[in-house]
Ligand binder design. Sequence first.
Ligand code: PEP
Ligand code: MN
Length: 351
Amino acid sequence: MVVLRIEGAPVSDNVSQVVHRLRDIGLNVETTALRGETLLIVPGASPVVQEALAAMPGVRQIKEVNVPYPLVSREWQQETTRVHVGNVTIGGGEPVIIAGPCSVESEVQVRAAAEAAKMAGAHLLRGGAYKPRTNPYSFQGLGERGLKLLRAAGDAVGLPVVTEVMSPSTVDLVSEYADMLQVGTRNMANFDLLRALGACQRPVLLKRGMSATVEEWLQAAEYIVASGNPNVVLCERGIRSFEVATRNTLDLAGAVLAKQRSHLPVVVDPSHGTGVVELIGPMSMAAIAAGVDGLTLEMHPNPKEAFSDGDQALTPKQLEEIVDQVMRLADYLTPAYAEQGARREYGIRNS
Ligand code: PEP
Ligand code: MN
């Protein structure tokens, strides 16, 4: 596949000249408007055609990329993309911690969770308002009321919020309340949803399908970016295997492979990835040691009373210990961040 970067919008003369030239010689072209430029994806342009295209007006870059996910590949872009969620940057070198309950259950619960997440040093608050439950009789989430409660709790403690969106028809509604939209494992291959998220500018947390290969996961990310939204963060959350002692098999090698193959930031979810409270700390440490960009951790003010995923919910104290340990590890591994680490600790204790 060949990617062309062209000055100007898709409707500009520069772009339409190139598109016409390609169509004239029988080649297919996909057009993406990204960051004020146009990217054209052309499967199968020969070196001769590439040379001719490179000389056309407005063509800034032309590159052959040998993977089915050109725009999210490291072959196309070497440096890791930084994704901004409110005042938080994912992919900037310092691990970002997303924490909060599986589901938003009530005003009191989500407010207590928000305060605990903030106290523990998390950077983003999570909580589901639309829950993709395996069983139709399980708690399905509070819907829009849940979005409002999550937003209010995040604002009260000063944390941007992340929540799941399940269908294209609710992308606008969820975008009104959330700073980042999560695509759950069961929806990774919902291509209509991925396209709808490409058309909105909210950052997206794209979970890996529980039966998806790394290549399929990266192609799902490509859908979002090719539809116009470059702000995608990948999330490894465990895959199905023969093992039943853990809820899923956390594929840390897959997370690292995704980072090597793609410029998108990668976070790891050891909560769904193991389903076992005692494994969440060790796997968090392993993920950070492996160089991922952050973690998402489920925490409930009172795990025994959780409406969903109570068995894997950390207590506020357990969360605090894990965040403390992974941040120390990150400071140790990346001395350049150690100074910021010290400031971070003061910031948390004083606010
Ligand atoms: C969740 O984050 O609560 C969730 C439903 O995750 P997943 O889609 O990975 O199961
Ligand atoms: Mn959950």
